[in-house]
Design a protein. Structure first.
Ligand SMILES: Cc1cc2nc3c(=O)[nH]c(=O)nc-3n(C[C@H](O)[C@H](O)[C@H](O)COP(=O)(O)OP(=O)(O)OC[C@H]3O[C@@H](n4cnc5c(N)ncnc54)[C@H](O)[C@@H]3O)c2cc1C
Ligand code: SF4
Length: 495
C-alpha cells in the first residue's frame, strides 16, 4: 500500500529517519515549505537560505535517484500535508519522530505514524534511563557514560591517554601571532540563487557569500576541510575569541549535523580515523569528541527529558525587553558585543564562547527576558533549532531554570572577555574599571547582578568565591549607581 513519507527539513538524509522504511516503487516522499515558517519572524537570511536550499537540493537528488517526490509550498506544514493527501488520495503519513514537541503534536493530531528517530547517537529511552538515575544532570557524567557505552576513545574500561578530560591543556587565550588557517566558501548554484531571490523582505542579516553549503557534498567538503586544516588546533583554542579569525579552529559542522546532511556517527568516525593515522593531539581529538557525543547528545536528551514547559522558565525574574544592540550592532560602543553581533549579522554564526560569554552573559547581567532572548537567538543562528536552543539558552546561558542544567550561572565581568578575546584593546571601555564613564559595562553589571541576587546566590556553594568577592567590595553603592546609568544607556543605544 502506498504511503506518504514526510521528511521535515531537519531530517535530510537518505539513510536515516523515514527514508529507511521508504519504498521507491510505491511511496511518495513529501517535503513541505511552510510559508508561515518563512514569514512569521525576522529570520536571518543565511538561516532561511541554508534550510530551504538544502531541502530543495535534497528533493532534487531524490528525484534524480528515481524517487517519486512531492515538494510543495503551503501556508503551514499541516495544510501542505493535507493538500498532498487530497491530490494523491494517499492518507497514510509516515515520519521519523520529529525533533520538537510542536511538530510531534501537529503530526500526531493528523494521524501520522512514527518510526524511530535515528539521527542521534542516543535513543531517547537510553537518555531517559540515564537521567532517571541522576541526582544532578552533570554533562561530564553523561559524557563518560557515552564514552563507555559507545566505546569511543576507550582502552578497556579506562579512557585513552589516562584521563577523561584535557581541559587543563585547552582553553588557551588567542596568541598574538597564530596561523588561523584557511576558510572554505561555496558557489551559489541555480537552486541557491532561486531561493535567495525568493527570501521575504522581513529577513535580517547578510547573504553575500555562501558560507553554508546546501548539499551533502558541500557538507562533506566542510568536514574534510576541518579535519585537514583545523582539527589539530581545535582543543587548545576552543574557547579563544581572536580578532583575526571569525571561526578560530571550530568545525562549522553544526548546521549540517542539525539538518541531516551530516550524521554524528560519520563525523565521529572521521575524527577517530584522523586521530589514529596522523599526529592530532589527544587534547584536540577528545575536546571535539566531547562536543559531539557529549554536549550535543546531552542537550538533545535534556530537551525531551525536561519537557515542553521548560522553555518558559524565568527563575531570576528577568523581564527587560531585548536591547536594541542585538538587532543593530551600531547601537553600542562595547567592542566585543559590536563585533559578535556584526559576525552574527554577516554569517548567522559565532562559536560557543561568544554565544555564551558575550551574548548570553549580556542578556543574563542586564536581566533581559530569557524568552525574548531565546526568540532572537532562534531567529539569527543558522544552526538554531528548538531542541538545541532551549536548553542552551534557558539552562546554560541565562540560568532561568534555577540551575537544573548548570549549578551556577555563567556570569562574568570584562576580565574573562579580556583574557579570552582580543576586543578590549579597541574598546571605549576598560575591563578593569567597574565605576566611572570608562568602566566596562560587563564589569559593572556583573557586580550589580551579584548584588541584585545576593540572597539567591549566597546559598549556592559553587558561588562562594564570587559572593565573597562581592562582600569585599567597598564601592558597591557606586557600582549600583553606575549600573543604572549603563542599563539606561544600553536601552537608548549610547553605551
Ligand atoms: C547560548 C548558546 C546557544 C547555542 N545554540 C546552538 C544552536 O542553536 N544550535 C547548535 O547546533 N548549537 C548551539 N550551541 C552550541 C555551540 O555553540 C554550537 O554547536 C557551535 O558553536 C557550532 O559550531 P561548530 O559546528 O563549529 O562547533 P564545534 O565547536 O566545532 O563543535 C562540534 C559540534 O559539537 C556540537 N556542540 C558543541 N556544543 C554544543 C552544545 N552546547 N549544544 C549542542 N551541540 C553542541 C555541535 O553539533 C557542533 O557542531 C549553543 C551554545 C550556546 C552557549
Ligand atoms: S572593555 Fe568590556 S565592553 Fe569593551 S571589549 Fe572589553 S569586555 Fe567588551
Amino acid at each position: 500500500m502506498s504511503r506518504l513519507i514526510y521528511i521535515p527539513f531537519d531530517q535530510l538524509n537518505v539513510e536515516r529517519g523515514a527514508m529507511r522504511v521508504a519504498d521507491k516503487g510505491t511511496d511518495v516522499i513529501v517535503l513541505i515549505e511552510s510559508q508561515r515558517m518563512l514569514t512569521t519572524r525576522p529570520w536571518h537570511k543565511q538561516r532561511l537560505h541554508f534550510l530551504i536550499s538544502s531541502a530543495r537540493h535534497f528533493a532534487e537528488q531524490l528525484r534524480a535517484d528515481g524517487w517519486n517526490v512531492d515538494y510543495r509550498k503551503a501556508a503551514t506544514t499541516v495544510e501542505g500535508l493535507e493538500a498532498v493527501r487530497t491530490s494523491t488520495g494517499i492518507r497514510n503519513i509516515v515520519c521519523a519522530q520529529p525533533n520538537s514537541f510542536r511538530l510531534s503534536e501537529q503530526l500526531t493530531a493528523i494521524g501520522a505514524t512514527f518510526v524511530d528517530n535515528d539521527f542521534f547517537l542516543t535513543p531517547r529511552e537510553v537518555f531517559q534511563a540515564w537521567a532517571s538515575t541522576q541526582s544532578s544532570f552533570t554533562m561530564e557524567n553523561f559524557y563518560r557514560a557515552q564514552r563507555r557505552r559507545l566505546n569511543i576513545l576507550m582502552d578497556g574500561d579506562k579512557p585513552v591517554g589516562g584521563t577523561w578530560n584535557y581541559d587543563a591543556e585547552n582553553r588557551l587565550p588567542p596568541p598574538k601571532q597564530h596561523d588561523w588557517g584557511p576558510e572554505l566558501y561555496f558557489e551559489f548554484d541555480d537552486i541557491d540563487e532561486q531561493v535567495r531571490n525568493e527570501l521575504p523582505d522581513s529577513t535580517w542579516g547578510e547573504l553575500n557569500t555562501k558560507v553554508w553549503g546546501t548539499t551533502r557534498a558541500e557538507a562533506r567538503a566542510q568536514m574534510e576541510h576541518f579535519f585537514t586544516h583545523h582539527f589539530a588546533d581545535f582543543g587548545p583554542y576552543e574557547d579563544a575569541m581572536p580578532n583575526q579569525s571569525w571561526r578560530a579552529h571550530h568545525s562549522l559542522l553544526s548546521p549540517y549535523l542539525n539538518n541531516g546532511l551530516l550524521l554524528a556517527s560519520e563525523v565521529i568516525d572521521a575524527a577517530l580515523e584522523r586521530f589514529s593515522h596522523s599526529d592530532i593531539p589527544i587534547a584536540s581529538c577528545e575536546g571535539f569528541i566531547r562536543q559531539v557525543i557529549g554536549w550535543r547528545e546531552y542537550v538533545y536528551g535534556m530537551y525531551w527529558y525536561l519537557g515542553e514547559n521548560y522553555r518558559e522558565n524565568n527563575h531570576l525574574n528577568a523581564h527587560r525587553r531585548l536591547l536594541p544592540l542585538f538587532t543593530d550592532s551600531s547601537k553600542t560602543h562595547m567592542n566585543c558585543v559590536r563585533s559578535v553581533v556584526a559576525d552574527v549579522h554577516e554569517r548567522g554564526w559565532t562559536h560557543h564562547i561568544p554565544r555564551l560569554m558575550v551574548l548570553s552573559n549580556l542578556a543574563l547581567l542586564t536581566g533581559t527576558s530569557p524568552q525574548e532572548f531565546l526568540d532572537w537567538m532562534r531567529e539569527v543562528f543558522v544552526d538554531a533549532a528548538e531542541w538545541v536552543m532551549v536548553p542552551n539558552v534557558i539552562g546554560m546561558g541565562t540560568h532561568a531554570d534555577a540551575g537544573v542544567l548548570m549549578t551556577k550561572p555563567y556570569a562574568s565581568g570584562g576580565a574573562y572577555i579580556s583574557k579570552m578575546g582580543q576586543f578590549c584593546k579597541g574598546c571605549a571601555y576598560d575591563p578593569k574599571q567597574r565605576t566611572g564613564e570608562n568602566a566596562c559595562p560587563f564589569t559593572t553589571l556583573y557586580w550589580d547582578f551579584l548584588a541584585r541576587h545576593e540572597s539567591e546566590f549566597s546559598s549556592n556553594h559553587r558561588m562562594f568565591q564570587q559572593m565573597a568577592g562581592l562582600r569585599r567590595l567597598s564601592d558597591i553603592d557606586s557600582v549600583r549607581v553606575r549600573a543604572h546609568e549603563v542599563l539606561d544607556g544600553l536601552e537608548q543605544g549610547r553605551i
